[in-house]
Design a protein around this ligand. Structure first.
Ligand SMILES: Nc1ncnc2c1ncn2[C@@H]1O[C@H](COP(=O)(O)OP(=O)(O)OP(=O)(O)O)[C@@H](O)[C@H]1O
Ligand SMILES: [Mg+2]
Length: 314
């Protein structure tokens, strides 16, 4: 237990009801899914409203299973293991976590991390209003207090001093100290933290500390094999399977150029863009140039090589 936590616990013990009560009374047992599922699905605010209503996923997101990722994630959630989703841009990490949140029936709070993000942006801050100051939970506190899956997208973008606020939440303690408020939130049993991480962008300056990494289980994501990716592109964009398959062939050519003049290959997301344009009636050549080639490189030779790949198929 660190000094802050010890201090907050001591303060809570001394002041009793002067400090806000944690979101629930009993200490969490993250390895007891039966107990967790016996609790009410929604946390209810004092006025009877559901504080996580905005974060519930009403409709099933489309997810084409690629391997055993769904079963593995379910097992991880059952023991509330914090999860790290690794993989290149546009390969399905965000869609997967949306799907899993829907499947598990849990709200999902997503935070896009960036280098100016502070710990207060995650945990919360006091706001000034007409009645004085009022505490506003940040997304991490909201998720921990009421029981959501909190997804920190591109977590390496955040400064390391920001990422350490997740440490006490992602080990056996499962708690979030709100230093400014003098409160320790004991995480709701439904709470889980998920982070995403693109190993390709990682540099020495931008990597997670081992002490952060070692709190998580990890799932690797990549562009799926040809037929599966074509199925996804056809489903998401509305083009026929044959056209989707041609788009995937172009992407595979570009992915082979990664590290040989291209920083990153053509993603599934880009293929869906191209397919959507084609489905709108845009000629395939123009659609591919606009959605696949022009965005990823300004190098004239590389553009020629990619344009040639496009004309091979369209
Ligand atoms: N297995 C899949 N099942 C269904 N859709 C998929 C799958 N893989 C990729 N997609 C599609 O690819 C699109 C892009 O994926 P997504 O936005 O989840 O990428 P990402 O890995 O989160 O990228 P980034 O790292 O840039 O945030 C999704 O909107 C979805 O349409
Ligand atoms: Mg994403």
């Amino acid at each position: 237990m660190n000094t802050l936590t010890r201090r907050l616990y001591a303060a809570r013990a001394q002041q009793g009801s002067a400090l806000p009560a944690p979101a629930r009374a009993a200490a969490p047992n993250p390895t007891a899914p039966a107990a967790a599922s016996a609790r009410p699905a929604a946390s209810v605010a004092a006025d009877g409203s559901d504080p996580l209503a905005a974060y519930r996923i009403a409709r099933e997101p489309y997810w084409r299973a690629v391997a055993d990722e769904v079963a593995l994630y379910e097992a991880a959630y059952a023991v509330r293991m914090p999860m790290m989703l690794k993989g290149p841009t546009g390969c399905g990490k965000t869609r997967f976590v949306e799907y899993m949140a829907w499947k598990l029936g849990k709200p999902l709070i997503t935070v896009a991390c960036h280098e100016d993000m502070t710990a207060s942006d995650l945990v919360g801050r006091f706001l000034l209003d007409a009645n004085g100051t009022r505490w506003q939970d940040g997304p991490l506190a909201l998720a921990a207090r009421h029981g959501a899956i909190c997804y920190l997208d591109e977590v390496v973008e955040a400064r390391q001093d920001t990422t350490v606020v997740i440490h006490p939440l992602t080990d056996k303690r499962r708690m979030l100290p709100l230093e400014k408020k003098g409160e320790v939130i004991e995480a709701h049993p439904d709470f889980q933290l998920v982070i995403s991480f693109n190993p390709g962008y990682q540099s020495l300056m931008k990597d997670l500390k081992q002490s952060t990494k070692q709190r998580f289980g990890a799932l690797d994501f990549d562009y799926p094999e040809h037929e599966v990716e074509a199925e996804i592109v056809a489903h998401e964009s509305g083009v026929d399977r044959d056209t989707a398959s041609k788009l995937v062939h172009i992407a595979e050519r570009a992915r082979n150029l990664k590290g040989h003049g291209l920083d990153e290959g053509i993603s599934t997301r880009m293929l869906i863009h191209a397919g959507s344009l084609i489905a709108q009636g845009v000629p395939a050549l123009s659609a591919c140039r606009m959605a696949l080639v022009r965005p990823i490189t300004d190098d004239a030779d590389m553009r020629d090589a990619l344009d040639a790949a496009v004309t091979t198929y369209f």
